[in-house]
Design a protein around this ligand. Structure first.
Ligand code: F6R
Length: 242
């Protein structure tokens, strides 16, 4: 694992944002896998500024987001569809038909997950996948489990995930289910960039990097990926053996 430690989240945003801009410059029709949450915001800010400064164009880029809540209207203020448009897509020249989400309101979730997986395959797979990490070491919404998951599926969110995210919702309004890409699918990305900041993530990072590879620590599977880069601030890296 290529682990790089930065002073603060702004520096991570710069480094991760530059990596994505470089990937797009090198292959203007590349396929990006994207994450939501607080961690990638500085990265998305860097990318939108690079676009505004005329340094990079997303007009031929396609994106696939990792996950989406179930039973939340697509344009709800807390949907990941809304988050991504507000944080990134509305400020870029990316084409709406090239941005892809799981539909958390699909009646037949199995069919919806199969559709999404096929769409990723038809696009040629993901070139660069951005990941955050949960306090419980989830990636996407792959919670600690008995087995590593394969393709997209419907997941019941754990208490840890609900507690970490309910602050964004009105009292009691956070969905308890989501659709997410599976672990094997995430691992098929040609390159993976995981970013983590803050001491709340330190234990998950230690287990991911130094622990055994186990579905109880979903992110530990990344030890088996041949091109993964981890951007950490000092707090998230604080429990790693030096
Ligand atoms: C979001 C996602 C999650 C988050 C993780 C960290 O699309 O897939 O795995 O990356 O929950 O969230 P933050 O960045 O809010 O701490």
């Amino acid at each position: 694992m290529d682990i790089r430690i930065f002073k603060n989240e702004a520096e991570i945003g710069k480094a991760a944002g530059q990596l994505f801009c470089d990937a797009v410059k090198e292959n203007p029709s590349c396929v990006l896998g994207l994450a939501t949450g607080a961690t990638p915001v500085p990265t998305y800010n860097y990318i939108t500024k690079a676009y505004a400064d005329g340094k990079v164009s997303f007009k031929n880029v396609s994106t696939f987001n990792l996950d989406e809540y179930c039973d939340l209207p697509k344009t709800h203020k807390n949907s990941y569809y809304t988050f991504m448009h507000e944080q990134l897509f509305n400020s870029l020249d990316i084409k709406e038909e090239n941005v892809h989400f799981l539909d958390g309101n699909a009646e037949d979730t199995e069919e919806e997950c199969a559709r999404y997986d096929a769409e990723i395959n038809n696009a040629g797979g993901i070139d660069v996948q951005l990941l955050g990490i949960g306090n419980n070491a989830h990636i996407g919404f792959n919670e600690p489990a008995d087995e590593f998951t394969v393709g997209s599926f419907k997941v019941k969110l754990t208490d840890s995930t609900i507690n970490a995210n309910k602050i964004y919702f009105d009292e009691g309004a956070m969905p308890h289910y989501a659709l997410t890409m599976g672990i094997e699918q995430i691992m098929r990305a040609k390159k993976i960039v995981l970013i983590a900041t803050g001491e709340k993530k330190a234990e998950a990072i230690k287990n991911m990097v130094e622990g055994e590879v186990t579905p109880q620590v979903p992110a530990s599977i990344l030890q088996n990926h041949k091109d993964v880069v981890i951007f950490l601030d000092e707090a998230a890296a604080s429990l790693l053996n030096k």
